[in-house]
Design a protein around this ligand. Structure first.
Ligand SMILES: [Zn+2]
Length: 172
């Protein structure tokens, strides 16, 4: 996975409201200047979980879990740091910005990188071809429909079909 730009993380945190983020997952109650609820991370009968909207920070006096909206989503949705950032970005409609240089771990090894990009182009082209083949094949489309795979899924994952010919990909 490419690295998310550092300042994009700040952008996301500036855009989201931790109260909305948490409230979408557990019902919060406004109490004075903060919001509270029973902690989703430990068993309790009286709320010791509180959210500070001004500081965009949550804190539990019971189990001592605390942090930003990102931390909450990581813990609650069981996501990695970058997955949580992507999740929050989606929530507020921000397009994730990735580090150009971090695109490949082979960055300092130019040869490796160019090899990687050649393979990547080849595989992308091959995937496109198989995907085009699927549009041509009635039988393959019927098969997918019977399996309950929708047109959207086919497009989204660029599902393809390999015709019955061992050298199809070489003839192109
Ligand atoms: Zn707790």
């Amino acid at each position: 996975m490419p690295f998310i730009k550092n300042d994009f993380i700040d952008k996301v945190l500036a855009r989201v409201d931790i109260v909305d983020v948490i409230n979408a997952r557990v019902k919060l109650k406004k109490q004075g200047s903060s919001y509270t609820c029973c902690c989703p991370f430990h068993q309790e009968k009286t709320p010791s979980f509180s959210v500070n909207q001004k500081k965009q920070y949550f804190n539990c006096f019971g189990c001592h879990k605390a942090g930003s909206a990102i931390k909450f989503v990581m813990e609650y949705d069981n996501l990695s740091f970058s997955e949580a950032v992507v999740e929050l970005a989606n929530m507020v409609g921000l397009e994730v910005e990735y580090e150009e240089k971090g695109r490949s771990r082979f960055n300092n090894v130019n040869k490796e990188e160019s090899k990687t990009s050649i393979y990547f182009t080849l595989l992308t082209d091959a995937a496109k071809l198989f995907h085009q083949e699927l549009q041509k094949s009635e039988i393959a489309q019927q098969y997918l429909a019977a399996r309950g795979i929708t047109k959207e899924t086919i497009e989204k994952y660029e599902i393809g079909f390999a015709p019955n010919s061992w050298d199809f990909i070489l003839k192109i």
